[in-house]
Design a protein around this ligand. Structure first.
Ligand SMILES: NC(=O)c1ccc[n+]([C@@H]2O[C@H](COP(=O)([O-])OP(=O)(O)OC[C@H]3O[C@@H](n4cnc5c(N)ncnc54)[C@H](OP(=O)(O)O)[C@@H]3O)[C@@H](O)[C@H]2O)c1
Length: 274
């Protein structure tokens, strides 16, 4: 199942599907005529057809007819409806189905498809929209090594990709899936603090955003541990030390780790399904 010789079918043409399609086209992984997407919304189909230049279908069945690598990109609560829709047209030998639906286990995908269906579960995150996603994937019971490689290749155009066991997927959701929101929350606090210190909201946002972006780039490009990078900006008795001591005294790290654990638990709860 090499991706280059396949046709990609996106079931649901929402934000994440758009990120995937843009990544695939921009990186020349597939030509536009080998990408097809379906959506119930006229506006989304129009965007895919006019802006991305790919085939946009009204029905999911058309996607199964045209494509062999399928990516389920609808909301978790719509999964069963779409599986019911495509089950009769799914060919076990021909089709591979990956799902990006948060918290939906491969056994729920398999339950809605013919016996032996090859499935892959993916947890991406929204920075995929700007080509900087972090995604994890795991195999369903029947997915093969080439199947996993095909989905890895597909995702790598807009994200870094890690393979994990399925039992880790809720933790992935808690850490990198919901992760961007934790950073946005931090930026909200930084902006509020900046405004209190006398900056305009725009200045505070610009400084805070760039600080996050630059810090993340330093982490990635130097390969240094966050503790080490933090140590390098913390001079004895200086400003950073004063701030970090305050964070430590208030137990902020424990609160953040508890919040991530809660997100993972919530993913487990939601994954139970209907
Ligand atoms: N956004 C994130 O942070 C994130 C991160 C990781 C994973 N995910 C997962 O990615 C998936 C997609 O998220 P998203 O943010 O891209 O959602 P989205 O923008 O709502 O996209 C879903 C699209 O599917 C359409 N749709 C609904 N029912 C359909 C059907 N029966 N057949 C075909 N299309 C249908 C929706 O149309 P209507 O809007 O008209 O219903 C919508 O355009 C979700 O399962 C989510 O869990 C999202």
């Amino acid at each position: 199942m090499e991706l280059a010789s396949r046709t990609l079918g996106l079931l649901g043409a929402g934000n994440m599907a758009e990120a995937l399609a843009r990544g695939v086209i921009k990186s020349n992984l597939l030509p536009k005529d080998r990408v097809i997407a379906s959506d119930v919304s006229d506006a989304r189909r129009e965007l895919f057809a006019k802006e991305l230049g790919v085939r946009a279908a009204r029905t999911n069945r058309e996607v199964l007819e045209a494509a062999d690598v399928l990516v389920l990109c609808v909301k978790p609560q719509t999964i069963e409806e779409v599986l019911k829709d495509i089950g009769a047209f799914f060919e076990v030998k021909r089709h591979l189905l990956a799902s990006i639906a948060a918290g939906v286990p491969t056994r729920r995908l398999e339950a809605g498809l013919p016996a032996g269906a090859r499935t892959v579960r993916v947890m991406p995150n929204t920075p995929m929209l700007v080509g900087l996603g972090a995604a994890c994937l795991c195999a369903g019971r029947h997915a093969t090594e080439p199947d996993l490689r095909a989905i890895e290749t597909l995702l790598s155009s807009s994200a870094v990709v890690l393979r994990v066991e399925e039992r880790m997927m809720d933790a992935v959701t808690g850490l990198s899936g919901s992760g961007p929101a934790y950073l946005f929350y931090l930026v909200e606090a930084m902006v509020e603090a900046g405004i209190r210190e006398g900056f305009t909201p725009q200045q505070a946002l610009q400084l805070s955003t760039r600080t996050c972006l630059g810090a993340a780039k330093l982490l990635e490009e130097t390969g240094l541990a966050p503790e080490e990078l933090r140590r390098r900006v913390t001079s004895p008795n200086g400003t950073t030390q004063a701030a970090v001591e305050r964070l430590e005294a208030d137990g902020v790290k424990e609160k953040l780790t508890a919040a991530i654990r809660r997100a993972a638990e919530r993913s487990r709860e939601l994954g139970q399904g209907p």
